[in-house]
Design a protein. Structure first.
Length: 375
């Protein structure tokens, strides 16, 4: 990107800076309280994923220089998010290994994981060195002097490595399986409002992460995200590619992956776990889930992440995002899907990638909704 094309955060009065920081801090606090359950079940559903916390971080990260106070607050926010993710990772491991007794029963088995998580949390200190940033910038399209680029890299590394760290510890079983198997149908009941809330939070996150409104207007932010109308011809090609992707995954990738994991002695994931995780799906729910996944996940991974950090890291992060809920076989499938969607993004734009992703998910969800899926 040329210097002329780089977004430059607009100057802000001191009061406006303070307002952004105060609003972002309030959102982070509400997000933490909502996730903890302290504000009730409705709030937990409203703040049910990482997007609100990352939105707060992105808003502060785009404040114009000089902003030493904003940078310090952004680092605090970054570590609040990182510590929360590490605590979730450790908690899932304790529940999976120790059952209802948790850490007390898991004992020393958690020690290597805890040390690894501490190392991951301390690793960003290396980025304080300009030499380290310059070395990494030779491999990634990052500017050594742009603070937000490195904050984004830390988030990407944490959200990729922490979920994947549980797989060897749990023998390849999905970390969430120990939780899901203990929950009642009421606890797992599907709520369309959760999907809508997640959609809205993620769209806001991606717009703010792309520089809106501090450095880009809405149209420029959407252009940065690759969210443009591609024309009906490419939409039709996207629908066709979604069907081709289903054939590739169901007919080739999944059977080969299952055979390889069986040969390595990795146990299959419980079918009852998948049934409880997906829950009952009707046609309307299938459409809503597919549309939501297509828009949100493509805006994040192919729109926001891939242009900055490259296709390989975006595809790996996309797969790792599912690391708490899937076992190794499903993660390989998601990785292949992510690579294919990244190639679609390179060929066309994020909108077409969302059509392919949403269509792929829709065909699979419809097999459940219409009773064609046989576990």
């Amino acid at each position: 990107m040329s210097d002329a094309a780089r977004p430059v955060p607009r100057p802000l009065p001191t009061a406006a800076r303070g307002g952004v920081i105060a609003a972002a801090t309030a959102l982070l606090v509400l997000w933490g309280l909502g996730l903890s359950g302290a504000l009730g079940r409705d709030a937990t559903q409203l703040f049910g994923d990482a997007a609100p916390g990352l939105l707060a971080l992105a808003a502060v990260g785009w404040l114009p220089a000089p902003a030493p106070a904003a940078r310090a607050i952004a680092v605090v926010m970054l570590y609040v998010i990182g510590l929360g993710l590490a605590a979730l990772t450790l908690g899932l491991a304790a529940m999976a290994l120790g059952g209802d007794r948790g850490v007390a029963a898991a004992g020393g088995a958690l020690a290597p994981l805890a040390l690894g998580l501490i190392a991951l949390l301390l690793a960003p200190a290396l980025l304080l060195s300009g030499a380290v940033r310059r070395a990494l910038a030779r491999w990634l399209p990052l500017r050594p002097d742009v603070f937000r680029h490195w904050v984004g890299l830390v988030v990407l590394v944490w959200f990729t490595l922490m979920p994947l760290a549980l797989l060897p510890l749990l023998g390849g079983q999905p970390p969430l399986s120990a939780v899901v198997e203990r929950l009642s149908e009421e606890d797992l009941a599907y709520s369309p409002w959760t999907e809508v809330a997640s959609l809205l939070w993620t769209v806001l996150l991606c717009l703010v992460g792309a520089g809106f409104p501090l450095a880009r207007d809405g149209a420029a932010a959407l252009d940065r995200l690759g969210w443009r109308w591609p024309g009906w011809r490419r939409v039709g090609i996207g629908v066709g590619l979604s069907l081709a992707l289903v054939v590739l995954i169901v007919g080739v990738v999944a059977p080969l992956t299952d055979a390889a994991l069986t040969a390595l002695g990795v146990p299959d994931t419980s079918s009852s776990y998948f049934e409880k995780l997906i829950g009952p799906v009707d046609v309307g729910g299938a459409v809503l889930r597919a549309v939501k996944a297509g828009i949100t996940e493509e805006l994040v991974w192919r729109g926001l992440v891939q242009p900055r950090y490259g296709l390989p890291l975006a595809a790996l992060g996309f797969a790792a995002m599912h690391g708490f809920q899937y076992g190794p076989g499903s993660l390989v499938v998601v990785l292949v899907v992510g690579i294919c969607l990244g190639l679609v993004r390179r060929w066309s734009n994020t909108t077409v990638a969302a059509v392919v992703h949403g269509g792929y998910d829709l065909w699979l969800f419809l097999t459940v909704a219409l009773g064609w899926f046989n576990s």
